[in-house]
Design a binder for this molecule. Structure first.
Ligand SMILES: NC(=O)c1ccc[n+]([C@@H]2O[C@H](COP(=O)([O-])OP(=O)(O)OC[C@H]3O[C@@H](n4cnc5c(N)ncnc54)[C@H](OP(=O)(O)O)[C@@H]3O)[C@@H](O)[C@H]2O)c1
Length: 266
């Protein structure tokens, strides 16, 4: 077992009784952390709409994996950085779930890796569109399907929202705004019986992490600074999402929970 990928053991379906038959939409649910979230929810009996951007093969694979768990699955291709494509995603979700939704996880993210002042304005806009505006636009359209159902809105943030990560400004700064949007939505949607939170991770072993310009250096630094002694795995975040979807966490409102093996302590 390598020091970066020590296994995260299989998870029992802790919330099957509570979650069975619930309906979830996950943006970027075809790979990495989004896929792990979809698998975690499906293991507990949640039907899933999976949004993805362009990798048809990965989307088809996750659909088959989820269906193997006995849940209903619908794939919706679309760029969440584009308002019209969000409209289409919401319409397809509504059609698939008869106008009802219990869980919305905004997980998709993209961004250019550069020092802040080297970013082109369109690269800055792309990060903000995908990380912040997509959450705002989707929530606006999804709330009528979610209100009064004790439902949950969740998003995925990263440590770059609260600290400096080289070349990560476009994403990190937009994640800070996203965490603040989570706080505002949490207050404004609580009367509609929608609970809103986020999970923030340290480095997680996914394809996106491999796109970092100094990947090897970054992983070595992460291992040195993480008391838990390994790199995060997608399941480490998925389990926190499942907890936040459950009634076990009902007193947690408008928070961004950090799940990073202790890395941010240093
Ligand atoms: N990996 C980390 O170290 C880490 C740490 C903390 C937080 N996070 C956050 O966790 C989330 C997932 O990251 P990840 O590492 O799992 O990424 P990933 O492995 O690159 O997967 C990204 C997923 O999002 C989809 N996607 C990307 N851009 C999209 C768009 N504009 N519209 C719709 N779907 C889009 C991709 O679809 P296609 O496959 O079709 O392109 C894929 O399903 C992100 O919010 C990221 O910021 C990651």
């Amino acid at each position: 077992m390598s020091s970066t990928t020590s296994a995260v053991s299989a998870n029992p379906a802790l919330y099957a009784q509570e979650f069975k038959g619930k309906k979830a939409l996950i943006t970027g649910g075809s790979r990495g952390i989004g896929r792990a979230i979809a698998l975690e929810l499906a293991s507990n009996g949640v039907d899933c709409v999976i949004n993805y951007l362009r990798n048809e093969e990965a989307a088809a694979e996750v659909k088959a994996e989820l269906e193997d768990k006995g849940v209903k699955v619908h794939l919706v291709q679309g760029n969440v950085g584009d308002g019209d494509e969000i409209k289409k995603m919401v319409q397809e979700t509504s059609d698939f779930f008869d106008g009802e939704l219990d869980i919305f996880v905004h997980n998709a993210a993209l961004g250019a890796f550069k020092p802040v002042l080297d970013l082109k304005p369109n690269q800055w806009d792309m990060s903000f569109n995908i990380n912040v505006k997509a959450l705002y636009l989707a929530a606006k359209k999804l709330v009528p399907m979610m209100e009064g159902r004790n439902s949950k809105i969740l998003s995925i943030s990263s440590l770059g929202s609260i600290s400096y990560i080289p070349d990560y400004g476009a994403i990190g700064i937009s994640k800070s705004a996203m965490e603040n949007l989570i706080r505002y939505l949490a207050v404004e949607l609580a009367p509609k019986k929608i609970r809103v939170n986020a999970v923030s991770g340290g480095p997680i072993d996914t394809d996106a992490l491999k796109m970092f310009p100094k990947y090897d250096e970054m992983v070595a630094d992460c291992l040195r600074r993480t008391p838990a002694g390994r790199l995060g795995q997608p399941e480490d975040i998925a389990r926190v999402i499942a907890f936040l979807c459950s009634e076990q966490s009902k007193w947690i409102v408008g928070q961004t929970l950090i799940a990073d093996g202790g890395m941010s302590l240093f």
